[in-house]
Design a protein. Structure first.
Length: 235
């Protein structure tokens, strides 16, 4: 492709990363594109708190998170104005365009992220916390994400209401899906409350699935508990 200045690029991502932002060629560019997409998606969705994003995406590294948020504002991807500083700024028009570009040009090796339809389903779930409205929204959401590599799902075994995380095991001769984490509840409403929280963060499922797959279910439980505390502790 050719930009307004006559420069030619192999891809639109190259034009953005090297031409617009001025980054040099690097073998970690794809990883940084993925991080940028997840940060922009989290800001756009609006459910997660700065404290939660810092803990989840930056492993609790406050200086790194603050620098990244300031960098987003400095290149015009967020809109810091008035009482909204760089740490709390929403996406700018340019930021939304970059997010959509990164979604549309995502490497097939990365798990696709469901976007607008998922966000709308969860918004309906939040508006109708009780009764059929939330159940219909969550059921529609579950149908939309059922074929992902890592999937959180609601189940019932006897009198126990569960949230399970299944993943595709690739260490056998034939890839198979198996449960790699589960959490039981005695009340379906409480289970659905946590599932709604998880569903709003579907863009983080791949990373959470890798935590459970590589380091065990207890590690994922600790991660989720820490994030829940951060998300509700900031309200």
């Amino acid at each position: 492709m050719e930009d307004d200045e006559g420069r030619k690029w192999h891809t639109v991502r190259d034009a953005f990363w090297h031409g617009e932002l001025g980054f040099p060629t690097s073998n970690v560019a794809n990883e940084q594109h993925e991080l940028l997409l997840r940060v922009l998606t989290g800001i756009y969705a609006g459910w997660s708190s700065p404290s939660e994003d810092r803990q989840d995406l930056f492993l609790g590294n406050t200086p790194a998170w603050r620098f990244y948020m300031c960098w987003l504002a400095s290149v015009g991807l967020t809109y810091a104005l008035g009482h909204l500083g760089a740490l709390d700024a929403p996406l700018s028009t340019k930021g939304r365009s970059v997010m959509m570009m990164l979604q549309a040009t995502r490497d097939p090796a990365w798990e696709p992220l469901p976007m607008s339809e998922v966000i709308e389903a969860i918004a309906r779930a939040e508006r109708g916390r009780e009764g059929h409205a939330r159940e219909e929204a969550l059921t529609a959401f579950e149908r939309g994400v059922g074929l992902r590599r890592f999937v959180f799902a609601r189940e019932q075994v006897g009198r126990s209401f569960l949230i399970t995380l299944t993943g595709i095991a690739t260490d056998a001769r034939m890839p198979t899906r198996r449960v790699i984490w589960s959490q039981p509840f005695t009340d379906a409403t409480v289970r659905d409350d946590l599932f709604t929280w998880l569903a709003a963060r579907v863009h983080r499922w791949d990373d959470w699935g890798h935590i459970a797959y590589r380091t065990g279910g207890e590690a994922l439980t600790r991660q989720i508990l820490a994030l829940v505390v951060h998300s509700y502790g900031s309200l």
